[in-house]
Write a protein that binds this ligand. Structure first.
Ligand code: FMN
Ligand code: SF4
Length: 453
C-alpha cells in the first residue's frame, strides 16, 4: 500500500520554501532546540537508534548504530567531525539534490542534532561542484541559522559550539565513497582508503568522523520531532528495523519520472505504475535496476527465495520481486541491493547489451585505478562488450566476461569493484540470449538502442 509522506518535501515548489521563515513556520528547528537544551549526548544516540533509519547513501547501515561508534571522548584536545555525503553521482539518482535545493534547513538542523549526538563541533557537507543552486541554498541556510543563533558558539543558548562548512568536490563518482570523500576533503586525490581504520576511528584529518548521506541527516529533525519510535513505525518494514519514510526515485522508461517521499515499504510495481504512470509506450518491463546502476538488475518474472522459515523475511518467499516492499533486506533476498532507492526501468525494446556497454564505459572511466582487478577488469569488461556489439567477439570471449567480473569481487580496496562486477554478472546471466545473438551475427550494433517510446 502506498503511504505518501511530506516531511522533507512539504517545502518543495513553494515560493521561498527554502528560507528560514518557511522552515520555521512548519515547526523547523524545534527538534534541535529541544535536543540541545533538554537531552544528553547518550540520550540522543539511544533515541536515534529507535528511528531505524537505514543509511540512505546506498549501503543501508543503521544510522543510530553508526553514531554510537564514535568515541565517548574526543582524543585530548582534538576535534571530532560529521561529514555529510552529498556527492550523489550514482546514475539514476538525484534525490539529495532536491533536498539541498528545496529544503536546505532540514540539512542544517539535521547537522546540529547529529553533531551533538556524535560529539562533534563541526560538520562538512561535501557537494558535487556542478550543483551550483544546491551549494548556494545550503550556504544561505547556514548564514540564516547563524544569524538566528542556531549555529556558532552557543546554539540555542547551549555552550556547545557547532559550525557547518560546505565543501565542493570536483565531480567524480568515486568521491562519493566515504574515504575517497574524506581524502578529497583534505585536499588529496579522491582515492578510497583501506579500512580499517574506519572513519569513526580515523576519518577527516585523522580525527574520528561520522560519514552520513545527506538524506540520512536531513530526515533526523523529523524523527526527533515525531519521536523516533513513532517515526520508524510509519514503515511497513518497521519489524525489520528499516524504519520511517524516505525519498524514492522512479526513472528510465516510465511516463512520469520523479522523486517522491513515501513510507518505507512501497513495492516496485506501485512505484512504476501508480507513481511513475506506467512504462513508456505501455510496453512490458525488460528489467528494473532497484537503486542506482551499481545494483544488479531484476527481471520482472523473478520471485523471492527466502527459505529460512524462522526469519521474518520468510513471509516474502515466492513473491514476485515487483510485489515485495522495497527495503534494504528485502532487496538483499531478491539477490540485489536497495542502493539509493531510485529505481530505473528498462522497457522491452531496450538492448541490454548496449545498456551494459553504457554502464561499463561509466565504470571504466570512474575507476580510480588504485587496484589492478578494478582498473583492468572494468576496462576489459567495457572492451569485450564493445567487441560483442561490433560483431568481433566469440562465444569463448563471452564466457570469459563472467570470469573477468568475478575476479574483481572481493579483491579491491573499496566497494566500487563489486559495484562494477555485480551488475555486469547480472546482465550476463539474465540476458545471455541477447549477448549470444550479437556473437552469432543475428544482431548488429545498428539494431541496438537504449531509448524506447
Ligand atoms: C563507488 C561508491 C560511490 C558512493 N557514492 C555515494 C554518494 O554519492 N553519496 C552517498 O551518500 N554515499 C555514497 N556511497 C556510500 C558511502 O561510501 C557511505 O556508505 C555513505 O555515504 C554513508 O552514509 P549513510 O550511512 O548515511 O548511507 C558510495 C559508495 C561507493 C562504494
Ligand atoms: S576498487 Fe576501484 S575505485 Fe575502489 S579503490 Fe580500487 S581501483 Fe579505486
Amino acid at each position: 500500500m502506498i503511504k505518501t509522506c511530506n516531511h522533507l518535501t512539504k517545502h518543495y515548489g513553494k515560493p521561498n520554501g527554502w528560507s528560514l521563515d518557511a522552515y520555521e513556520r512548519e515547526g523547523g528547528y524545534k527538534a534541535a532546540r529541544r535536543v540541545l537544551t533538554e537531552m544528553t549526548r547518550e540520550q540522543v544516540t539511544d533515541e536515534a537508534k529507535k528511528a531505524n533509519i537505514r543509511g540512505r547513501g546506498g549501503a543501508g547501515f543503521p544510522m543510530g548504530v553508526k553514531w554510537s561508534f564514535m568515541p565517548k571522548q574526543a582524543p585530548a584536545g582534538k576535534p571530532m567531525y560529521l561529514a555529510v555525503n552529498a556527492d550523489e553521482s550514482e546514475p539514476g539518482t538525484h534525490k539529495d539534490r532536491t533536498i539541498m535545493e528545496e529544503n536546505p534547513h532540514s540539512v542544517v538542523e539535521g547537522c546540529i542534532i547529529a553533531c551533538y549526538g556524535i560529539g562533534a563541533n563541526k560538520a562538512w557537507i561535501y557537494v558535487r561542484d556542478e550543483l551550483h543552486l544546491a551549494r548556494e541554498r545550503l550556504w544561505a541556510a547556514i548564514k540564516e541559522a547563524k544569524q538566528k543563533g542556531y549555529l556558532g558558539a552557543n546554539p540555542f543558548g547551549k555552550a556547545y559550539p557547532i559550525d557547518i562548512v560546505v565543501h565542493t568536490g570536483g565531480g567524480t563518482y568515486i568521491c562519493g565513497e566515504e574515504t575517497a570523500m574524506l581524502n578529497s576533503l583534505e585536499g588529496k586525490r579522491g582515492e578510497p582508503r583501506l579500512k580499517p581504520p574506519f572513519p569513526a576511528q580515523a576519518g577527516a584529518f585523522g580525527m574520528p568522523t561520522t560519514v552520513n548521506n545527506l538524506e540520512t541527516i536531513a530526515i533526523v529533525p523529523t524523527a526527533f520531532e515525531m519521536g523516533c519510535d513513532k517515526f520508524s513505525q510509519q514503515s511497513a518494514l518497521h519489524d525489520l528495523k528499516d524504519g520511517g519514510c524516505r525519498l524514492y526515485g522512479v526513472n528510465g522508461h516510465v511516463k512520469k519520472p520523479q522523486v517522491i517521499e513515501l513510507a518505507v515499504g512501497v513495492t516496485m510495481r506501485e512505484l512504476i505504475y501508480d507513481i511513475g504512470g506506467g512504462v513508456t509506450g505501455d510496453r512490458e518491463i525488460l528489467g528494473v535496476i532497484p537503486g542506482g546502476s551499481s545494483t544488479p538488475v531484476l527481471l520482472p518474472t523473478e520471485t523471492i527465495h527466502a527459505p529460512d522459515e524462522k526469519s521474518p523475511l520468510h513471509r516474502f518467499h515466492g513473491v514476485n520481486v515487483l510485489d515485495v516492499p522495497l527495503g534494504v533486506d528485502t532487496m538483499r533476498i531478491a539477490g540485489t541491493m536497495l542502493g539509493t532507492c531510485c529505481v530505473t526501468v528498462m522497457a522491452v525494446g531496450t538492448c541490454p547489451v548496449l545498456a551494459m556497454e553504457n554502464l561499463m564505459q561509466f565504470y571504466r572511466h570512474e575507476s580510480c585505478g588504485q587496484c589492478t582487478p578494478c582498473r583492468e577488469g572494468s576496462a576489459w569488461l567495457k572492451r569485450v562488450v564493445t567487441k560483442i556489439l561490433d560483431g568481433e567477439s566469440s562465444m569463448e570471449e563471452l564466457n570469459e566476461l563472467h570470469d573477468i567480473a568475478n575476479s574483481i569481487m572481493g579483491n579491491t580496496i573499496c566497494a566500487f569493484g563489486e559495484g562494477t562486477a555485480m551488475p555486469a554478472m547480472a546482465f550476463l546471466k539474465k540476458y545471455r540470449k541477447d549477448f549470444e545473438k550479437y556473437v552469432r551475427g543475428e544482431k548488429t550494433r545498428k539494431d541496438a538502442r537504449l531509448t524506447v517510446t
